[in-house]
Design a protein around this ligand. Structure first.
Ligand SMILES: Nc1ncnc2c1ncn2[C@@H]1O[C@H](COP(=O)(O)OP(=O)(O)OP(=O)(O)O)[C@@H](O)[C@H]1O
Ligand SMILES: [Mg+2]
Length: 274
């Protein structure tokens, strides 16, 4: 604040950056409402149909089958709600020990149908990794952005690989989202984290893409986690985004998130192979 009680331009930038991260969170949430309403409807139809089946057929095997199906569908419904609530709830902006595998599972629940629809096969390779120091719903937002970008890079289907590895020496966990899509030309690679940079015409039929804020918001979040991004891409073969996050250690447990602009120069490495 300057003497006149007005915000300095640095403070204004900081406030705007925080608003942008918040707007991105809300946009991601809005997109998910569409996906999940649809998902929820599917689950409800399953429950309804099996309840009717169980009532019609009195024999034990059919009733057991119906009840099992109802149970499975309800568990899926519960998972969907939990995933959305994770994003919706304005959880305390505090770093906590975070299990990335759980966040990946929750994010996949939300995008599962979309991946199927676009013929994207999802493969997970999770090594044993320790919890990282993170704000869970922010990392979920990063994942949803990366997975949506990956899906959009594979208009004719392909494979999405999500991998977790532990770098013991660096006390860090690497989370990789790799697609077998179109790839990113070398000259574009330096721009993809720029705010409003997009090569997409506009939102696709799921209402996603085209504003160019996805990756810039991801980078802000990863910077605030004192993490780093790494991108490897081969045109025509695919792209891998790796987010490196520090392993959670007791002594840093209670730290509150720092404003993004206070965290200094963002670390980002970019590598391209052609
Ligand atoms: N997995 C990927 N494969 C190929 N290109 C990608 C990939 N991820 C990002 N890009 C490129 O980076 C650009 C910026 O991505 P970003 O997520 O920031 O914006 P967007 O997806 O275009 O729009 P939105 O803000 O709605 O996410 C994309 O337009 C695309 O050109
Ligand atoms: Mg995007």
């Amino acid at each position: 604040m300057n003497q006149g009680g007005q915000l300095t331009s640095e403070q204004q930038i900081e406030a705007l950056q925080q608003q942008l991260v918040e707007a991105q969170r809300l946009a991601a949430l809005g997109e998910l409402v569409g996906t999940t309403t649809h998902e929820f409807n599917n689950v409800l139809m399953t429950i309804l149909n099996y309840a009717k089946l169980g009532l019609r057929h009195k024999d034990e095997p059919t009733r057991d089958k119906a009840l099992t199906k109802i149970l499975e569908a309800s568990q899926r419904a519960e998972k969907i709600t939990n995933s959305v609530l994770g994003l919706a709830r304005n959880r305390k902006q505090e770093f906590a020990p975070t299990k990335l595998a759980e966040i990946i599972d929750q994010s996949l629940v939300l995008l599962e149908r979309e991946m199927q629809k676009y013929r994207v096969a999802v493969r997970c390779e999770f090594a044993e990794v320790p919890p990282v120091r993170a704000i869970g719903n922010q990392i979920q937002q990063v994942l949803l952005n990366l997975m949506t970008n990956a899906r959009q890079a594979m208009p004719n289907g392909g494979e999405l690989l999500i991998r977790l590895t532990h770098d013991v020496a660096a006390e860090a966990v690497d989370l990789t989202v790799r697609d077998s899509g179109v790839g990113i030309p070398r000259e574009q690679l330096t721009k993809i984290f720029d705010r409003y940079y997009s090569t997409k015409d506009g939102p696709d039929e799921t209402g996603k893409g085209g504003t160019g804020v996805g990756l810039s918001a991801c980078k802000d979040i990863v910077d605030a986690h004192q993490g780093r991004f790494r991108v490897e891409s081969t045109v025509g073969k695919g792209t891998a985004f790796t987010v490196r996050l520090p392993v959670f250690k007791e002594q840093c447990s209670a730290t509150t998130a720092l404003p993004i602009s206070k965290l200094g120069v963002p670390v980002q490495t970019a590598k391209v192979t052609k």
